[in-house]
Structures are given as C-alpha cells and as structure tokens.
Design a protein around this ligand. Structure first.
Ligand SMILES: [Zn+2]
Length: 98
C-alpha cells in the first residue's frame, strides 16, 4: 500500500512544481517596495499637481518612516504635498544612472 501511495505522490509532486511556476508568472515579480526601491538606488520624485511643487525623496529614508515593506503604490497613496497639503501628487520613479 505504501508503494502505491508514494508513486502517485511523486508524479503529483512534479505537477505541483509546474503549477507553482505558473502561478508566479502573472505577477512578474513582487511589487516594488520602498526597500527594493532603496536597494535599486532609485529616486522618487514627487510632483504636486496643485502647486507644481517638486521634491525628491530618498526611498531609504521613506522606508524608515513608512516601513521597508510598504509597496511604493501604497506609499504614493499616502503622500501629501509638503507645501500646500494637496493629495493630488504624482510620483515619478527614476534611476540614479543617466
Ligand atoms: Zn502642493
């Protein structure tokens, strides 16, 4: 009985790993977090649509405030313009190398 169980289990195990591979694909990697933005040496340029105020933020510093695992998209939703307090801010993620 044990032999039968293990043989069906091993063929199932093959399929499981295939399944897992497929499950990951649609995501195309984990969402960018403040930590990964800092690790990639990206710069976050915040631009206010209301007063045109623009400022550049250091993701490493933001990670300290909001938590390194905070997704950039979520962090963006919490941003408020430091100048006029407007919530209609745009964030541009840029690389350091040019
Ligand atoms: Zn503003």
């Amino acid at each position: 009985m044990g032999g039968r169980g293990s043989s069906s289990c091993s063929s199932r195990g093959d399929r499981t790993s295939d399944y897992r591979d497929r499950e990951v694909k649609p995501y195309r990697g984990p969402p960018m977090t403040l930590e990964s933005a800092a690790a990639a040496h990206l710069r976050l340029v915040v631009w206010c649509k209301a007063c045109k105020h623009q400022s550049e933020l250091d993701p490493a510093e933001q990670a300290r405030w909001y938590g390194p695992e905070t997704p950039v998209l979520e962090w963006r939703g919490r941003l408020v313009c430091s100048q006029c307090g407007s919530r209609s801010v745009d964030v541009v993620v840029t690389g350091t190398r040019r």
